[in-house]
Ligand binder design. Structure first.
Ligand code: F6R
Length: 241
């Protein structure tokens, strides 16, 4: 991957937003793969601002989110569908019919995974996939041990992942499972941009860049992809060789 170390989390967000905007304007990101979590929040705020100011349009863009919690309805405040609506879609001119998030309520998760893959394919594949990284090296909700050829499917969440996301479920419990794009799905994106900020990500970033390539660190799979940019703040990059 091309590693870019920036001074602050704000700089990471600005760089990521600038990259996304440039690709969208070039017509090189008609289909976006999107991540949730804390790291991309500021990126989505900057993109919404650009749309509001008339500098950017998401009107013709299709989006596919990486993952959704199992058992949550789209209007549950902790769901990733509601996160996307709140932080990006509602404040932009995106056509909601072109936005996709895996179905956390699917009665048949295997069919739902297959259907999600088919919808990605029908849209022409993902041009640009935005990623975060878990403290354990997960991408999407592909926890350590996930096969590199995995596809969209139901997975159990690691205890550390559930603990890290407990803040999104005040007074409740974090779901135990999620539907996530697989590592194989992610690797088919034409371009990938991974964001990592803060000291809690330092070990995962070092393992992704310098450690062995294998399922023990799901993000190490990105070393098999020809077009990956990793945008880090100084803290997240601190342990890279
Ligand atoms: C989110 C996702 C996860 C997060 C990761 C980092 O859709 O798939 O892999 O990107 O857990 O989360 P934050 O940014 O909250 O540290």
């Amino acid at each position: 991957p091309r590693l870019q170390v920036l001074a602050s989390q704000e700089d990471v967000a600005r760089q990521a937003a600038a990259l996304l905007e440039a690709r969208i304007r070039q017509g090189a990101a008609r289909v976006l793969g999107l991540a949730t979590g804390r790291t991309p929040l500021r990126v989505y705020a900057l993109l919404s601002e650009a749309v509001r100011d008339g500098r950017l349009s998401l009107a013709g863009i299709s989006t596919f989110n990486l993952d959704e919690y199992a058992g949550l309805s789209p209007d549950h405040p902790g769901s990733y569908r509601s996160y996307m609506n709140r932080h990006l879609f509602a404040g932009s001119d995106v056509d909601l019919a072109r936005t996709h998030v895996p179905d956390g309520l699917a009665a048949d998760p295997v069919a739902a995974g297959r259907d999600y893959e088919a919808r990605i394919k029908a849209a022409g594949g993902i041009d640009l996939q935005l990623l975060g990284i878990g403290q354990n090296g997960h991408i999407g909700f592909n926890e350590p041990g996930s096969p590199f050829d995995s596809r969209t499917r139901m997975v159990p969440l690691a205890a550390s992942t559930r603990a890290a996301n407990a803040g999104d479920f005040p007074g409740g419990t974090v779901p135990e499972r999620a539907i996530t794009m697989g590592i194989g799905t992610i690797l088919e994106a034409r371009e990938i941009v991974l964001l990592a900020c803060g000291p809690a990500k330092a070990e995962a970033v070092a393992a992704m860049i310098d450690g062995p390539v294998g399922p023990a660190c799901p993000a190490s799979a990105l070393r098999l992809h020809p077009r990956v940019t990793v945008l880090c703040d100084a803290e997240a990059a601190a342990r890279v060789a």
